[in-house]
Ligand binder design. Structure first.
Ligand code: HEM
Ligand SMILES: CC(C)=CCC/C(C)=C/CC/C(C)=C/COP(=O)(O)OP(=O)(O)O
Length: 482
């Protein structure tokens, strides 16, 4: 058979195996947290406790996990056999070999759990599941990269967009977009409307829905401690949060106005065209910061207000001034700013910091590179023009895709751990498994069809994934439990 076709089939098989292994890990943590394991007490058959009906959610979840284990086991075996027949990269061979060896051990641990295992066995079972998934994901990425390198059509897109250096100088090019200078309308109402629109743009309103969901999910998790969430606290936290996001977005616009002018994506921003003078924008940002602090101190608590101030400083100063123009680590380290609303939401309800809040913050932190690198791949030329050392600009597209895949893997695993840590149930399990598999598939697709449109689609899928798991947390904690 044609070698290329065989390789292609092998990488398809490995992709399916990796997705199946993820579903298995996520179902496994869901089985642990929902107590589904108690619905079946024998192995390999399933002797059911008489108190549990034949169609109970727990039993279905339990069987889902068992069927997923069977399917994944078959896929791992098939991938190993298929890999045997082609000239595999040695590292891929070792990784798949590890999965093949570890899988029966994992099955034995699972059987021990059913007939009465200890918490050590449970912990080992969870860790081994993650190791198997990680082996498969790394093997998959290496295989897809090999395919991409062989594919001469990709040569242009895998190279860095500018000289490989940490400090990328702004590039003057003839291809900068000639943005039409917006006209100042004549009528008073139209002028006021244009100025109001410009101030609204400064606050980066498109980011707010997801950051608000993060904060509400943080509040929801906090209610699992038994603390109650007053509607006034929820509203005040969101109002304070929206004002804070607006403030930090405004400071970001002020500081970046010169670089924004060079980039197609940002060349129509209000400060580029003096729709708002920079001094007024700065005053607006300060006003929003003070208003945010006042709302949070008055109606929420001092710790929530202090953390929100830290979040503004993190995004507006640490990320925008220090990290973004100077290091390829800007996105990874900058993720802390977006993670803080999870802790702020929790603190608003409890007055102190707790482990599930840190768990949710860790999910956002790990998700951020998987979210942003896909966008930065699509806009790499633009970022090079702006002089920003974004990862795909400095390291090239293939390296960036590899990071997207690895951070995505870490996000999926940390989301499973969060479900386990917070004791989340069905809705969260089904949502995170479904959307997680869609997210994984969209990133794999970037290798198959390496176009900017496909990368952009992954960026949007990243937002839907996070949005969906946050809504699931909110439903489970505030709607079902509340
Ligand atoms: C260092 C961290 C991050 C970077 C560098 C980053 C970068 C970006 C960029 C450049 C955009 C396009 C913005 C525009 O064109 O107006 C964007 C959009 C967006 N980001 Fe992020 N982001 C980060 C973290 C986050 C976090 C933590 C969240 C929320 C939890 C988030 C949610 C969103 C949303 C909802 C959009 C709008 C997508 C749309 O246009 O529909 N981002 N991000
Ligand atoms: C509670 C609080 C204040 C939270 C703040 C956290 C926050 C706003 C995080 C979002 C980070 C973000 C969307 C950066 C956009 O990238 P960019 O600024 O590099 O994008 P650009 O190229 O469009 O300017």
């Amino acid at each position: 058979m044609n070698t290329e076709l065989t390789r292609r089939r092998f990488s398809d098989l490995l992709a399916a195996t990796t997705i199946a292994a993820y579903v298995l890990v996520a179902l496994g943590t869901a089985v642990s947290t929902t107590g589904s394991a108690a619905s079946c007490t024998t192995w390999p058959g399933c002797g059911t406790d008489s108190t549990i009906g034949p169609f109970s959610g727990e039993l279905l979840l339990f069987w889902g996990h068992r069927v997923a284990a069977l399917v994944t086991g078959l896929l791992v075996t098939a991938a190993a056999l298929a890999g045997w027949q082609i000239d595999l990269d040695r590292r891929v061979g070792v990784l798949i070999g590890c999965a093949v060896v570890l899988f029966p051990v994992q099955v034995a641990l699972g059987a021990a759990l059913v007939v009465g295992g200890s918490s050590t066995v449970t912990g080992l079972h969870l860790v081994l599941a993650m190791v198997i998934f990680a082996c498969l994901l790394v093997a998959l990425v290496l295989t897809l990269e090999d395919g991409a390198r062989d594919d001469s059509r990709q040569v242009d897109s895998i190279e860095p967009a500018s000289p490989v250096s940490e400090a990328v100088e702004p590039v003057e090019t003839g291809s900068e977009r000639s943005v039409v200078e917006p006209q100042r309308p004549r009528g008073l109402v139209a002028r006021v409307r244009q100025t109001a629109g410009a101030y609204l743009t400064l606050t980066k309103p498109r980011l707010m829905w997801l950051l608000c969901l993060v904060a509400v999910a943080g509040m929801g998790l906090a209610t699992l401690t038994g603390a109650s969430l007053e509607p006034s606290t929820a509203v005040a936290t969101l109002v304070g949060g929206v004002l804070a996001i607006g403030a930090s977005g405004t400071f970001n616009h002020v500081y970046e106005r010169d670089r924004d002018r060079r980039m197609n994506r940002t060349a129509d921003r209000p400060l580029v065209h003096d729709l708002v003078p920079a001094r007024n924008a700065l005053a607006f940002g300060v006003g929003l910061t003070v208003a945010s602090g006042a709302v949070l101190v008055t109606w929420v608590n001092g710790l929530a207000a202090a953390l929100t101030l830290v979040a503004i400083a993190y995004y507006a100063a640490l990320y925008t001034i220090v990290l973004k123009p100077n290091t390829t680590w800007n996105t990874v380290l900058g993720g802390g700013a977006g993670a803080l609303p999870a802790v702020i939401g929790w603190v608003a309800v409890t007055g102190s910091v707790g482990a599930p809040a840190i768990g949710l913050a860790a999910v956002i932190f790990l998700w951020t590179p998987a979210h942003f690198y896909s966008l930065a791949i699509a806009y790499r030329e633009d970022y090079a023009r702006g002089g920003f050392p974004m990862f795909p600009v400095v390291e090239g597209v293939l390296a960036a895709r590899r990071h997207v895949a690895f951070y995505l893997g870490a996000t999926l695993l940390s989301a499973s751990v969060l479900g386990w840590l917070a004791g989340l149930g069905w809705v969260y399990a089904v949502t995170s498994i479904t959307l997680g598999a869609v997210f994984l598939r969209s990133v794999i697709r970037q290798y198959r069809r390496p176009t900017d449109d496909v990368a952009l689609r992954s960026f949007y899928v990243s937002n839907y994934y996070l949005g969906a798991i946050l809504v699931a947390i909110i439903l489970e904690t505030l709607v079902v439990a509340g």
